[in-house]
Write a new protein. Structure first.
Length: 393
């Protein structure tokens, strides 16, 4: 008769111990995987935080009021002595004497806000529109559906205001002991920085890509000569001037900071400066009057009056102010838009489309005269006498 096997208690204990170790190891691996997924998700949320949380910005102060439920084109223009017509993300903004309107690209009114400003002005970036009361005290920031914040500057009047791609706002005021005061606010309306000037007139403001520095163009008189000075200021500590650059006999029209270049468009000169040092990268002097201009991250597009009477000249410059291309432009220019690879010029009843070499690729004929336009996606939105029209391209 076979003797039955006697169980080995040591083996049973080893099996149980091994099982428990495997189970603990599997649990640790699972926990590490979960932690890794959470960490990756946190990094992605941080990187794309603007896109993810943008729909929630201003949700508590969403503007619900509208003046019409109609959708489609043409959009009837409300009565006003003047209009501000601006692109805003995938919509467009119309500012009148009394209202701030926002419309979708389908012609539906997103909101109509009665602003109450005496002399309303507006500027926009890809996500926000800044509206301010020139000569007054109030300004406010909106996205395409909501109010982000309102602010007021007491005892001084607003001269101009500027907005960066990262939503920082610079408001230039005058009054009291100072010729100009510049106030800087972040995208939530929190005050960040103030700089005061006794004699100089501040013309434009721009921000570094990290929002740590402020660039200002100022005009002053030196023994009867007009001097433009471009300066960079640190917005931390005591706000020291980091560098300055002078241009004689010039009035600045626009100031742009992009990457490592600060571009100054003056009434008679285009100048590119190193953003870190203020050293001149390049300069281009012109004799004709500027008819229109547009800034891109790497280029500037300017239309000049060549005094011939039959046409103007459109020119594309790189960051060092070298001419990349030049061509004839219509004699009457009512609007200019530029994007990577294309330039659009409105001349009343037509829109000329140029490629990067300024060769005409389209000549869009229109049925009526238009005084302004914005380009959004693959469409043009044109402002006429009493309507805004849609034109696909």
């Amino acid at each position: 008769m076979k003797v039955p096997d006697i169980p080995n208690e040591n083996n049973d204990i080893n099996d149980v111990t091994l099982y428990r170790k495997k189970k603990k190891r599997a649990k640790r691996i699972r926990n590490l995987i979960i932690i890794g997924i959470i960490a990756i998700a946190a990094v992605l949320v941080y990187i794309y935080r603007d896109v993810i949380f943008e729909p929630l910005r201003g949700i508590a102060s969403k503007v619900e009021n509208t003046t019409t439920s109609d959708e489609g084109f043409p959009v009837d223009l409300p009565a006003s002595s003047d209009y501000r017509f601006l692109p805003l993300s995938d919509s467009f903004v119309l500012v009148t004497d009394t209202y701030l309107y926002n419309y979708s690209v389908s012609g539906k009114q997103n909101f109509a806000l009665q602003h109450g400003y005496v002399n309303p002005m507006a500027v926009s970036n890809s996500k926000r529109v800044l509206i301010y009361d020139k000569g007054g005290h109030d300004f406010a920031l909106y996205n395409k559906s909501s109010e982000i914040y309102k602010q007021k500057i007491e005892d001084e009047v607003i001269v101009s205001a500027f907005i960066s791609d990262n939503e920082h706002v610079a408001v230039v005021t005058t009054g009291g002991r100072y010729s100009n005061v510049v106030y800087v606010y972040d995208g939530n309306g929190k005050w960040l920085y103030t700089h005061k000037f006794i004699d100089d007139s501040v013309m434009q403001a721009a921000f570094s890509s990290d929002n740590g520095s402020l660039y200002l163009s100022r005009v002053k008189s030196d023994n009867g000569d007009i001097i433009t000075e471009i300066a960079k200021y640190s917005m931390s500590g005591d706000g020291e001037e980091l560098w300055s650059y002078r241009i004689s006999d010039c009035v600045p029209i626009a100031l742009k900071a992009s990457g490592n270049t600060v571009t100054v468009i003056g009434d008679n000169v285009l100048c590119g400066l190193d953003a870190d040092t203020g050293e001149e990268k390049g300069k281009y002097t012109y004799s004709g009057d500027i008819v229109a201009f547009a800034d891109l991250p790497d280029t500037a597009v300017i239309i000049f009056d060549d005094y011939s009477g039959s046409s103007n000249t459109v020119t594309v410059f790189d960051k060092s102010c070298n001419v990349l291309a030049s061509a004839a432009a219509p004699s009457k220019v009512y609007g200019l838009a530029a994007e990577s690879g294309n330039v659009y010029v409105l001349s009343g009843r037509s829109v000329s489309v140029y490629d990067s070499k300024l060769e005409i690729t389209q000549d869009i004929q229109l049925d009526d005269d238009y005084s302004a336009f914005v380009k959004i996606g693959s469409a043009l939105f044109l402002m006429g006498y009493d309507t805004i029209e849609y034109h696909g391209i």
